[in-house]
Write a protein that binds this ligand. Structure first.
Ligand code: ARG
Length: 458
């Protein structure tokens, strides 16, 4: 018989039971469910809503259940409808009628809202610390690669010189924003909904602030209907996770390109790559590809959540039970991706010589060549045109700019002198870009220091 026996005259059809049940996925919240119930029972006892002795019995019973679940002594029953019903059933089996008093002044609607908030607060912190670990790895890798000149691209065409350190520090900024977004999301997640009841709160003289304090929430939810209807924090977290995955996916895409023979800018450690079952020469970037692939999955979870919520009238509707699988999947996969990506990235071999060779080949110092003429007094557009013809000449003659003789330069403008060779040297091109945010070693030092300062205060 179900908890709601009384109103019902018939046993539940087993198909209804199976279809309705959420125990297979909400049992991961058993700790939160029990901790929330302990706080509720404590408050019920303190306010005199139930006898102190009953409250103590309930708390002891709940603690026993928690310990037995942790030790494996007690197994979660797949027959139960959900984790809330399961815990209450076991409690009543163990302590008798006192157990039936736990649900006084509470509904599963505010109970589940509480459990998800508690569970996702914990998971948000986990995502956050995974991101911090990844930022640490990026900062360390950047510090080792300040001299690794590589071409920067626009339209995937070689554009201007920068360094590998400068490049990956761009990703550090994205992940810093991700951490800040999670922190912001956490603020709204950190509200305690218990006391909302089914939707209209309760007539019992409960002490919501006390429960809030016992469960270490920052504040209580302000409206009981919203308290049980709101899943904004789930949607917000899924949006944050989607952004993290988008960043990781772009980074993965770059790594996949860079370890191709055509680029050969990096080599993955053997421990973080895979072979082919047929082609003996292959070394595949499976991890980066899977991270890119799982991004679609996390976006899918986000779409599930937004679509699930969009037409729901207030307050609780059973549709909302669908929030769990989607957000749990998104959170677990995001953490797994950040962690494995970090491990793969930390062991990556940076092939500076290949980066430099590529940087030398693509006329990526053409802007600097034009700027050289501008510094000698020519208007930028005039200089741009001269260098355009110079590049065309180089292409026709299979030469690079730095391989031209001064005589050849003079065919395009008399203004050129010996100084041009220094001006278009790739190291000069990089290190002259010493503005805040630029690729020069000094700018990069500043950016690394920024990341490290963020980590120190995070
Ligand atoms: N398993 C349910 C869920 O996850 C718990 C809340 C049930 N509330 C209700 N009124 N049926 O949403």
């Amino acid at each position: 018989m179900k908890m709601w026996e009384g109103r019902f005259k018939k046993e539940l059809d087993s198909r209804t039971n199976d279809f309705n049940s959420s125990i297979s996925f909400d049992s991961v919240m058993y700790r939160e469910d029990i901790t929330g119930s302990i706080a509720h029972a404590t408050m019920l006892g303190e306010t005199g809503i139930i006898d102190k002795s009953e409250s103590e019995k309930i708390i002891a019973g709940l603690k026993g259940i928690l310990a037995d679940l942790e030790s494996g002594e007690l197994a979660i029953s797949p027959e139960a409808e959900d984790i809330h019903m399961f815990v209450e059933q076991v409690l009543t089996e163990r302590i008798g009628d006192s157990g039936k008093r736990l649900h006084t002044a509470r509904s599963r609607n505010d109970q589940v809202a509480l459990d998800i908030r508690m569970y996702l607060k914990k998971k948000t912190k986990e995502v956050r610390s995974s991101l911090l670990a990844l930022l640490e790895i990026i900062a360390d890798t950047a510090a080792e690669n300040k001299d690794a000149v590589m071409p920067g691209y626009t339209h995937l065409q070689r554009a201007q010189p920068l360094t590998f350190a400068h490049y990956i520090l761009a990703y550090a900024q994205m992940f810093i924003r991700d951490v800040k977004r999670l922190d912001d999301c956490y603020v709204r997640m950190d509200e305690m909904p218990l006391g909302s009841g089914a939707l209209a709160s309760t007539t019992y003289p409960i002490d919501r602030q006390r429960v809030c304090e016992l469960l270490a929430f920052s504040r209580v939810t302000a409206n009981s209907i919203d308290g049980v209807s709101d899943r904004d924090f789930v949607l917000e977290l899924s949006s944050c996770l989607s952004l993290i995955m988008m960043h990781l996916s772009r980074f993965s895409e770059e790594i996949i390109l860079w370890c191709s023979g055509e680029f050969a800018f990096v080599e993955l450690d053997d421990a973080f790559s895979t072979g082919s079952s047929i082609m003996p020469q292959k070394k595949n970037p499976d991890i980066a590809e899977l991270v890119r692939g799982k991004t679609g999955r996390v976006y899918g979870d986000m779409t599930t959540l937004f679509t699930m919520m969009k037409g729901l009238p207030l307050a609780y509707n059973k549709d909302m039970q669908e929030d769990k699988e989607a957000i749990f999947d998104a959170v677990d996969n995001t953490i797994a991706c950040v962690d494995i990506f970090g491990a793969m990235f930390a062991t990556l071999r940076v092939r500076k010589e290949n980066m430099l060779r590529s940087a030398k080949g693509g006329f990526i110092n053409a802007t600097d060549c034009a700027d050289y003429l501008v510094k000698k007094g020519l208007p930028f557009r005039t200089a741009y045109k001269i260098i355009g013809s110079l590049v065309a000449y180089c292409i026709d003659n299979d030469k690079t700019l730095d391989a031209l003789s001064l005589d050849e330069f003079h065919q395009f403008s008399p203004i050129f002198d010996e100084g041009i060779y220094h001006a278009i040297d790739l190291d000069t091109c990089v290190n002259e870009r010493s503005v805040i945010g630029g690729p020069s070693a000094s700018s990069v030092d500043r950016q690394i220091a920024d990341v490290r300062r963020f980590l120190a205060n995070a």
